[in-house]
Design a protein around this ligand. Structure first.
Ligand code: IMP
Ligand code: MG
Length: 185
């Protein structure tokens, strides 16, 4: 059944594991000092699998928060206006080193918004990690601090990323067949 939907597997399960291990090494090194207070901010729903796999490989003390955002626009183009659907609050923003965990950076609007939001709340530091990045799609200048893999401008799904809300459960990232989007979009 997936044969009608998948053009090709872009990031197989083994490569995802390698990427996650490399990113965890970088993050472990940067947050190992005693004065850091790492707070992971997972961007639901897409970053769920990446967040859990990454956290299992982090060996520094950390806390977990979740946010949900949506950008107005149609399914493939974001309008730039971000709406926060789930936020968190805490009394110690000035003592937190936030690391926002995202599945993919596209226009750059979502992470630009979240970094500004956490900074405005008084965060001591804010960094971002993304599994995938499509730099050719940027509408605002944005560079993630940690990046798993740069991919071309193709719509991908699986490993948290949805295709019309489905297939987040796939263990790999695949490119959708353009005909499928035309028929179902
Ligand atoms: P940005 O604000 O345009 O950078 O959007 C990032 C969000 O758009 C991601 O968190 C995804 O939810 C969604 N997105 C962007 N590209 C894709 C894709 O190829 N597949 C699935 N979702 C995507
Ligand atoms: Mg997302």
């Amino acid at each position: 059944m997936l044969d009608n939907i998948i053009e090709k597997v872009l990031v197989p399960e083994e490569e995802i594991a390698e990427i996650v291990a490399r990113l965890a090494d970088e993050i472990n090194a940067d947050y190992s000092s005693e004065d850091k207070n790492l707070v992971i901010v997972s961007v639901l729903k897409g970053a769920m699998p990446f967040t859990t796999d990454l956290m299992k490989q982090l060996n520094v003390p950390l806390e977990l928060e979740c946010v949900r955002v949506s950008s107005y626009g149609n399914s493939t183009e974001s309008s730039g206006k971000i709406c926060m659907k789930l936020d968190f609050d805490r009394p110690d923003f000035d003592k937190c080193d936030f690391l926002v965990v995202e599945d993919i950076v596209d226009s750059g609007n979502t992470l630009t918004f979240l970094v500004a939001h956490l900074t405005q709340k008084g965060a001591r530091s804010v960094k971002t990690v993304t599994l995938l990045d499509k730099p050719s799609r940027r509408k605002v200048e944005f560079d993630p601090d940690y990046c798993g893999k740069i991919i071309p401008d193709e719509f991908v799904f699986g490993y948290g990323l949805d295709l019309f809300e489905k297939y987040r459960d796939l263990p790999y990232v695949a490119v959708v067949r353009p005909e499928y989007v035309k028929e179902h979009g």
